[in-house]
Every structure is written in C-alpha cells, then in structure tokens.
Design a protein around this ligand. Structure first.
Ligand code: SF4
Length: 426
C-alpha cells in the first residue's frame, strides 16, 4: 500500500511502502562489529541458513581470525524435542574453555530462535551468572524478521548502553560518539577533539569490551551513524542529551558535525578553525578530482542501510550529482531532518519497500547509477545498468575529512569501469 506523507522539509512527499523487501538481516552487522570490539565473540543462535549467510558474506569480505560462530539449531530444537537452554550452555562452556581470551560473549538472536520464542535474554542472564567476571554475556536480536543489517548494530549498542554503569557510579562520559567507526576514523576524530580541547570522549562501541564509562544527565552524545534510533533512545533514557548535527560524511557533513560538538562544549571559533582548516582543505582538494565524474549524474538509492539520506546529501551538495529517489528502510524523522532539508527540493523519498514497484520506478527513471543491495545489483547490471553495492558503505571507512575523497570514489568506481570497458569495446 502506498501512503504519501508530507515531511517537514523541502523534499517531495514520502512514498511509504510495505511489501516484499530485499535487505540483509541484522546478523550481517557482526562482520564489522567483530572487527571493532576485539575481545568480543558473537555467537549466533540460529540455523544453517544463518551460518551460510555469515560464512559467505564474511568469507568474501574479511580475512581475519574468526570472532563469531553459529550455534546451529537442529530440527529437534525447532520441534521443541530438546532443551535449547541446556544445549546452548554446553556450547558456551566448550567455547569459553577453548577461548579464555574472550571477554565479552554476545548471543545474537535470529529468525529461527525468534520463531520458537527462545528467551535469549534469560539465557544471557543465566550464562552471565556462571561466567562473569571473566566473561560478560549479553544478547541482542539480529533476526531478519525485525532488523535490517545496520539495525543489528543499533540493537548491539543498545545492549551495551543498557548494561553500562549509571553515573555517578563512575565519572560520567562528557561526550559519547555513538556508532561503530573504523579505527582509522576513530583515531582521526580523537585527534580533532584533542585539537579542539574537548576531552572525556568515549566511542561506542569501544575497541574492547571494558571501555564503557558511566552514562548520566551530564553526558552529551552525538550519533556518528544515522541508523541508531534505539541506541539514542537508550542513552536518552539515562538522561544523556543528544547533540543534533548532520552526519560526518563529506567535508560539509564532517564540519557541521564537529561544529555542533564545538558549540555544545564552548570551543572558541579560532580554536575550531585552527583544528579543522587544514583537513577541510585536504577534503575539498580530494573531492575536486571526483566531481567531473559525478556532476549531473542521476542517482537512485534503494533502501538498505539508512545511510541513504546522508549519502544523497553528500552527492548532491559536494559533487553536483542529481538525486532521483532516496530509499531508506526506516526514516528517523528527527535524526534525519538536517539531511533531508539539504536535499534538492522535490527529491523523492521512500521509506520501506515494495521491491517490484521500486524496481519499476528505477527503470522508468533510467538513472546513471543505482545504489542497491547485492541481490538487485546483478539483474540490473544484466540490463546494462550501472550499480553500486550499498553494503560497501557500511564496510568502508567513509566518515571524516580524510575519507571524503574515498567516499566519492566509491560512487565513481562503477562509472569509471564502465567508461574503460566501453572504450575497450569501441
Ligand atoms: Fe536468514 Fe533470518 Fe538467519 Fe538472517 S537471521 S540469515 S534472515 S534466517
């Protein structure tokens, strides 16, 4: 069913659709989360399908010692013929005996565990009583019934916030930067905060499981990723206050994001300028090289990661691209308001998906580039259309000044490849 809604911004009415959708489930976020939190282990309580998804997705994209696995539910578990709690306890015992280096064990729910109503939080509580303090145990849902791939991260961060100490149990964090960032990006932001004189900064998630400071009314937080509605709500329920800003994509987004922090912490204008002037210039110079490829290109976004409004804003404002439709699996109106306001007037925004209708719209608008999931990309390529896998934006360092050029390059790559191949054939 289509339901146009008038948003509070310059964009056109929102197309809301519910139907067949093609998006990875929340388990997929384990691929970047396990690389970030280096003493954590993610144990999926799921089926062989879940194990295959993780093996094929992770096998293609990562090359590192595994810090995730699947406790496979067999038919007798699904039929209620075995006690899943006993079986899970045995699997966890074996795992923790073999891997004493694991400090945080994360049980991740899936569609099958949800369908049989397996109480993962009860299992996590019980296992935590047995294995803490050597191994903390927590849980969240990555089920495809209720999450798309970035929402898996949202659920994980929510679980971390819920078990963080309450201020003033420890000195509260002054600023929490919420959203999983590659280490290289985290380091760059940490240096910029230092140059701006902002201290007491915590990154969520941290690089190890014991890094969380207390959270309370004296804590401010800023989202580094746009898909963290549940995490923001959990932080706000502790009294932490959100700093509203654009997301740190591109030179403009990064400057606005840092400026919002500077304003919240009373950083003097000249100090902000001194900290950001050089990296801003580097970002502008890097973007210049890609602008000729993207200027005037017509781009269509399918809904995958919730990064779409920010990516579209970046492309329109900093590379001159023309935005045809911005799809997002879910739109957090408050968090995305700044992004939507900067899109060209009349841009078509869609929330949710009825994939066949959206494919029809994409074909009818005949874009120069389609940003979509892997399942849609191959058929579109077979039609001679150019595509970009949306999941690459979740895996690649794209935030901050030093990555602004790399972000543009991700969109340029298929256009360049097409150009080279066309010349070769010509
Ligand atoms: Fe498939 Fe659900 Fe398992 Fe994801 S959690 S791999 S959607 S069965």
């Amino acid at each position: 069913m289509n339901q146009p809604v008038s948003p509070n911004c310059a964009t056109g009415s929102t197309i809301r659709q519910r139907g067949q959708h093609e998006v990875f489930c929340g388990l997929t976020s384990i691929i970047w989360l396990h690389r970030k939190v280096q003493d954590a282990f993610f144990l999926i309580v799921g089926s062989r399908t879940c194990a295959h998804l993780m093996q094929s997705a992770a096998g293609v994209m990562i090359f590192s010692e595994p810090r995730f696995a699947t406790a496979i539910m067999e038919e007798r578990d699904l039929a209620g013929m075995a006690d899943m709690h006993d079986e899970l306890d045995a699997v966890v015992d074996k795992l923790l005996q073999r891997r004493p280096d694991i400090k945080m064990l994360v049980l991740v729910g899936s569609c099958p565990s949800e369908v049989i109503k397996f109480d993962l939080s009860k299992a996590a509580e019980r296992l935590n009583r047995v294995h803490a303090p050597n191994h903390r145990v927590l849980c969240y849902s990555g089920s495809g019934i209720e999450t798309t791939f970035t929402q898996g991260e949202d659920n994980f961060l929510t679980a971390l916030v819920n078990e963080a100490p309450r201020a003033p149990a420890r000195n509260p964090a002054k600023l929490i930067v919420a959203g999983c960032l590659p280490d290289v990006v985290e380091d760059q932001f940490a240096r910029l905060f230092e140059d701006m004189g902002v201290d007491g900064v915590e990154f969520l998630p941290g690089r190890n499981s014991s890094a969380m400071a207390g959270i309370g009314p004296a804590t401010r937080f800023i989202l580094a990723q746009p898909y963290l509605g549940a995490t923001a709500a959990a932080l706000e329920s502790r009294g932490a206050k959100r700093i509203d800003a654009l997301f740190p994509l591109g030179e403009e987004g990064t400057t606005a994001w840092l400026q919002a922090i500077a304003d919240a912490f009373g950083v003097a204008e000249d100090r902000f300028e001194a900290a950001t002037a050089a990296p801003r210039k580097r970002a502008q110079a890097a973007l210049k090289a890609y602008r000729p490829w993207l200027d005037g290109r017509r781009i269509f976004f399918f809904p995958d990661s919730q990064l779409e409004p920010s990516l579209a804003r970046f492309l329109f404002r900093e590379t001159g691209a023309d935005i045809l439709e911005v799809g997002s699996p879910y739109l957090h109106r408050e968090h995305a308001a700044g992004e939507l306001a900067l899109l060209p007037p009349g841009t078509s925004i869609s929330e949710g998906q009825d994939v066949d209708l959206q494919i029809d719209r994409a074909r009818a608008s005949n874009p120069d580039l389609i940003v979509c999931g892997m399942g849609l990309a191959n058929p579109f390529e077979a039609e001679g259309r150019l595509t970009k896998w949306s999941i690459e934006f979740a895996f690649t360092p794209i935030q901050g000044y030093e990555q602004a050029g790399d972000l543009a390059e991700l969109f340029v790559r298929p256009l360049k490849r097409h150009s080279v191949l066309s010349e070769g054939l010509g």
